[in-house]
Design a protein around this ligand. Structure first.
Ligand SMILES: N[C@@]1(C(=O)O)CN(C[C@@H]2CCCCN2)C[C@@H]1CCC[B-](O)(O)O
Ligand SMILES: [Mn+2]
Ligand SMILES: [Mn+2]
Ligand SMILES: [Mn+2]
Length: 305
């Protein structure tokens, strides 16, 4: 297939420096060449340039101007790549970029379904977020059923954004750190979610199969997978901003990627929250390696050769 790579070196959805280095370190690890070796026609569309804003005081959330502008750019870039019939891979950057990747993908593929692989649900609203970090809230901006929880007039930098997802289109895998407001939303809407507890109970194959069965029962919907590297255990991927013990093994992460590839329906993919400035040198090496391996597995690399 034709593959487009978009770099989104963005950090304003959270507070730590370094996550904007994600695209650079994944490229330096040979990501593009490794995808080419799979036989894909890969177009590296480079890194998006994000406007810098100063004196952006907290308005329910931090950096609304920076995040609103950046995600608008991400949306346009992803929409264009999907319309160009590319399997579109966006490299983060923090998880707030997925406001843009999912919105853009949905403009070209309104019938998409979403796999959210993450230790966190990232479904706080601007009123429930404990941190004010938008990387913990992207889904609340995107979901029709949560439209009225967003103070749109106060958050004018997001006036370009229209909710484009039904909550029933989402399946979570890897959850193990939820805030009260998120737990309430997950229960209220009975959202498909498989925490690490369910991964332990059913095994990863059953979990990913049930996730796909829930959001794509007829196997006729384009898949958006948003892969937060912190879904994997911090012993493997410690170079990330919000690590939570007891995550997916390397093998479970790879299995998810291989299984989703085999559907033949993967249409857009985010790999986010790699922060090479967090943890040890070994953490950085392991985290970047894992990110690259998961990405190439999403694009057809098989462990069985
Ligand atoms: N829900 C959170 C939010 O800030 O909204 C709170 N949490 C950190 C907090 C630390 C203390 C124990 C409870 N959890 C991080 C998460 C966002 C993660 C964003 B992601 O993109 O990395 O998933
Ligand atoms: Mn082609
Ligand atoms: Mn996370
Ligand atoms: Mn996340």
């Amino acid at each position: 297939r034709d593959v487009a790579i978009i770099g989104a070196p963005f950090k304003k959805g959270q507070r730590l420096a370094g996550v904007e280095q994600g695209p650079r370190v994944m490229r330096e690890a040979g990501l593009i060449e490794k995808i080419r070796e799979l036989g894909h026609n890969v177009e590296d569309r480079g890194d998006l340039n994000f406007e810098v804003f100063k004196d952006d005081p907290r308005n329910y959330v931090l950096n609304p101007k920076a995040v609103g502008a950046a995600t608008k750019k991400v949306s346009a870039a992803v929409e264009q790549a999907v319309r160009d019939n590319k399997l579109t891979v966006t490299l983060g950057g923090d998880h707030s970029i997925s406001i843009g990747t999912i919105h853009g993908h949905a403009q070209a593929e309104p019938n998409l379904c979403l796999l959210w692989i993450d230790a966190h649900a990232d479904i706080n609203t601007p009123l429930t977020t404990p941190s004010g970090n938008i990387h913990g809230t992207p889904l609340s901006f995107l979901v029709n059923q949560l439209k009225d929880t967003i103070p749109w007039t106060a958050l004018s930098p997001f006036d370009w954004l229209k909710p484009c997802l039904n909550i029933t289109d989402i399946a979570f895998v890897g959850l193990r750190d939820l805030d009260p407001g998120e737990r309430y939303i997950l229960q209220k809407f009975n959202i498909t979610s498989f925490s690490i507890h369910e991964v332990d109970r059913y095994g990863i194959h059953e979990v990913i199969a049930r996730s796909l069965d829930a959001v794509n029962p007829k196997g006729d919907r384009p898949i958006h997978m948003s892969f937060d590297i912190d879904s994997v255990d911090p012993a493997v991927t410690g170079a990330t901003g919000t690590p939570v013990p007891g995550g997916l093994t390397f093998r479970e992460g790879m299995f998810i990627a291989e299984h989703v590839y085999r559907t033949g329906l993967l249409s857009a993919l985010d790999l986010v929250e790699v922060n090479p400035e967090v943890g040890s040198r070994q953490d950085k090496a392991n985290t970047v390696m894992t990110a690259v391996e998961v990405l190439t597995a999403c694009l057809g690399k098989k462990r069985e050769g």
